[in-house]
Ligand binder design. Structure first.
Ligand code: NAG
Ligand code: NAG
Length: 333
């Protein structure tokens, strides 16, 4: 059950003028063939606690054994809407940080790393997550300490939060979850299991899909979340400044191997840019710090200084993933 973090109001008030050190990006919208499906619709928004004005929260998941690696905090909770798609549809996810606007910074400029998309039947089972898209380091840096060009910062951030993928050809009809993910590697030269203040930061986001049509293609066996990634994976423990930093320590390599399995051969190797129609719905949501005392969070961190982080809110919840699909409860009229 959920434990409300009411006792932390005072601590929060005291900390609210301090800066946040971690990003809070998540998916705000889903376009199907360029048509927006409505802000937050179909998306299991992290620490979901109702539509605005209540707001949303997202801190990175760093514990690779946590159930939050699957679909982020409260990712087991269904949302009322399920997005209807067909095989071959072009899907565009709209990632943002503070606001669903062009002015939004999407992700901190330092949060270099890969971006990935998995697909699983809903609900997930053992080894049911199949990778259908990925992009990592695609251009090496040349200036001293230059990290090069990465999917998160040079591609998706530069395109105002846009991540494209395509529903596999002939995919069998049914209910699926998309698990989209951004990974920030700016502290990934350390391993979280050895140094919990640092380590790679994972931002998974899940979206409920209903695939229509008479396709016959079943997803192959994939990987599990948690379970797919290890602290020793070269794509999880990686120094992004290695290529030009002679002081870098192991593992130091200029090639980057994206974590997880290879992309399924049945997925589309190329994704295409789609012309996007107008945003439908909210473009703002209150800062999580304005509602945390009335919400459910597993943990949230405000920091006094980077050297002395202060955890101001921790509550417990146990994710309970169903073994079989049941239709979500529609939104009350
Ligand atoms: C998806 O994009 C591709 C490449 O532009 C296009 O050929 C295809 O028709 C699009 N699919 C749909 C369903 O619009
Ligand atoms: C988000 O949008 C709201 C409303 O326009 C604005 O007041 C706020 O400053 C924006 N936040 C950021 C961080 O840009």
């Amino acid at each position: 059950m959920f434990v409300k973090a009411r006792t932390l109001v005072a601590a929060l008030a005291a900390a609210s003028n301090l800066s946040l050190v971690q990003g809070h990006l998540y998916v705000w919208g889903v376009y199907v063939n360029g048509v927006d499906q409505g802000t937050f619709n179909g998306i299991r928004t992290p620490a979901y606690n109702g539509p605005p004005p209540r707001g949303y929260a997202n801190s990175p998941v760093k514990d690779l054994d946590s159930i939050d690696m699957r679909c982020n905090v409260l990712g087991d909770k269904q949302v009322p809407q399920t997005i209807k798609v067909a095989p071959g549809d072009n899907i565009t996810l709209d990632w943002h940080h503070n606001n669903r606007t062009k002015a939004d910074d999407v992700i901190d400029f330092s949060h270099h790393g890969p971006a990935l998309v998995y697909l699983t039947p809903d609900p997930p089972t053992e080894n049911s997550f199949v990778k259908i898209w990925e992009k990592g380091l695609y251009e090496y840096g040349s200036a001293p300490f230059a990290p090069g060009k990465w999917a998160t910062t040079s591609d998706i951030k530069a395109k105002n939060g846009i991540m494209n993928f395509r529903i596999p050809a002939g995919l069998k009809a049914g209910f699926y979850l998309v698990r989209a993910e951004m990974i920030a590697l700016h502290e990934a030269d350390a391993r979280f299991d050895l140094n919990p203040r640092r380590g790679a930061q994972f931002y998974p986001a899940c979206i409920q899909l209903h695939v229509a049509g008479d396709g016959q293609v079943e997803l192959p066996s994939g990987v599990s979340f948690p379970g797919a990634y290890k602290y020793s994976d070269p794509g999880v423990h990686y120094d992004i400044y290695c290529s030009t930093n002679s002081l870098a320590t192991a593992p130091c390599t200029t090639t980057y191997q994206i974590p997880g399995p290879t992309v399924w051969s049945g997925a589309w190797p190329e994704t295409t840019e789609v012309a996007l129609g107008p945003v439908s719905g909210e473009v703002t949501a209150p800062r999580w710090s304005s509602w945390i005392s009335n919400s459910v969070v597993t943990s949230a961190t405000f920091v006094g200084t980077p050297a002395a982080p202060v955890i101001i809110a921790t509550s417990t919840y146990s994710a309970s993933w169903s073994q079989k699909y049941s239709a979500p409860t529609p939104t009350a009229a």
